[in-house]
Design a protein around this ligand. Structure first.
Ligand code: PMP
Length: 420
């Protein structure tokens, strides 16, 4: 936990407690959105005086913004180890990127997707050629299930949806093995890297995946910028994601011809500041992977060891407790309402966790039942560069206190949420 890591904003943020006084905020919800890196904030500050239109202006500030925006494509390509020829389309986030790909699939494409995916990767695909794979019990099971599902697909283009790391359990999926099976069946692959990219290097060429989607706000950059990186042919043949300026080659009274390349799907003035921030986050993480991984692994070990000592705590696992994972842990505590625990952790201890089904309803319900928990929701603690050993220890000790003594304050339910 003593590894020096890139600094993030809000590290010493103080929050008031209902029990009196204040404490340093312990943000244990990195999996939802990670705090902004200091290097990203500095890069944004540097760009803001040059804020001007991209692509369209002749002035120097426009040229600077255009260079920054276009230069970010190569930074993203390097960050995910893409092929030189892969396109980088800037999107709002992973959800946007996967919906873009879903709308660009050639007619008649069969899609195979595990039911355990985050809704962003589960729901964009529709039609009779979508097959959902049941939650696997092991990585080998996941590979065998994909193999069997692809073998049953009719002739024509195929796409296998693969998750990098689960947003419920943090467990890593066997991406390279899944991609190998997909390739054997002539299927393309798309990797949902929203939860993997902030924690581990993604190497598209080594993994042999065709498309990768990610979100800046999970990668220590602000909200509003993400990317779809990968093969360009389907995208160049598809209808533009949005119709409008910047995506057109020529417009006449009777017809429109659209550009090819990433601009085809980026109509409208782009989020230059967000893209610059995303690229800076990629540069910072890409230069510090060894420290980032060491920091997280130490804190994750500490967190899981501490949680194991909380009476009645059940950790959710997709594969098994020893499977490699990033810093995300979901759990329930026997006899405790997860929503009430989350509310008390925030109000009485200054700890931010998440409770619910984490936009992965099928996965979380399945894992709750596998864990033998009677709960209908779970709690999730997720760590990253803003996490300290004190945050982890505070969570464990607060949970022990809440389980032994109950909350110090009284809470009532308002619109389904507990409030002090
Ligand atoms: N996939 C996974 C695994 C995620 O964790 C998330 C965000 N929780 C998404 C996709 C969607 O990301 P966004 O909300 O940024 O579109």
């Amino acid at each position: 936990a003593d590894v020096p890591v890139p600094a993030v904003a809000g590290r010493a943020l103080r929050v008031p407690l209902v029990t009196g006084g204040s404490t340093e905020y312990a943000n244990l919800d990195h999996a939802a959105s990670a705090p902004c890196l200091d290097s990203v904030r500095e890069a944004v500050d540097e760009l803001l005086p040059w804020y001007a239109s991209v692509h369209r202006g002749a002035g120097l500030a426009s040229q600077v913004c255009t260079r920054v925006y276009e230069g970010a494509r190569q930074v993203l390509r390097d960050f995910v180890g893409a092929r030189r020829t892969d396109s980088v389309v800037f999107t709002r986030n992973t959800t946007d990127a996967l919906n873009l790909l879903a709308r660009a699939l050639p007619r008649g494409t069969s899609v195979v997707v595990p039911e355990t995916e985050h809704h962003a990767a589960l729901l964009p695909w529709s039609g009779p050629r979508v097959r959902r794979i049941a939650a696997p019990a092991s990585p080998a099971d996941a590979v065998a299930a994909l193999d069997a599902a692809l073998a049953e697909c009719p002739e024509g283009p195929r796409l296998a949806v693969i998750s990098g790391a689960s947003n419920v359990t943090g467990e890593l999926w066997p991406v390279a093995e899944l991609a190998r099976v997909a390739r054997r069946h002539g299927a393309r692959t798309v990797l949902d890297a929203a939860q993997l990219a902030p924690h581990r290097p993604v190497r598209m060429t080594e993994l042999d995946v065709d498309h990768v989607a990610l979100s800046g706000h999970k990668l220590y950059a602000p909200f509003g910028a993400g990317a779809l990186v990968g093969r360009a042919d389907w995208l160049n043949a598809a209808e533009p994601h949005l119709a409008g300026g910047g995506a057109t080659r020529r417009v006449t009274e009777r017809a429109v011809s659209w550009t090819t390349g990433p601009e085809r799907h980026e109509a409208g003035s782009p989020n230059t500041v967000g893209v610059h921030a995303l690229a800076e986050a990629c540069r910072t993480l890409g230069a510090r992977w060894a420290d980032v991984v060491a920091h997280e692994e130490a804190l994750l070990r500490r967190l899981r060891a501490g949680l194991r000592g909380v009476p009645g705590l059940r950790e959710l696992c997709l594969f098994d407790a020893d499977h490699e994972r990033v810093g995300v842990v979901s759990f329930t505590v026997d006899g405790q309402d997860p929503g009430l625990l989350a509310a008390a952790l925030s109000a009485e201890h200054g700890i931010g966790v998440r409770d619910g089904l984490f936009c992965a309803h099928l996965a979380t319900r399945r894992l709750l039942s596998r864990a033998g928990s009677g709960a209908e929701r779970a709690l999730r603690a997720s760590i990253g560069l803003g996490t300290t050993a004190e945050h982890v220890d505070r969570l464990v000790s607060a949970l022990r206190t809440l389980v032994a003594e109950g909350p110090a304050w009284r809470y009532e339910q308002v619109d389904g949420r507990w409030v002090p």
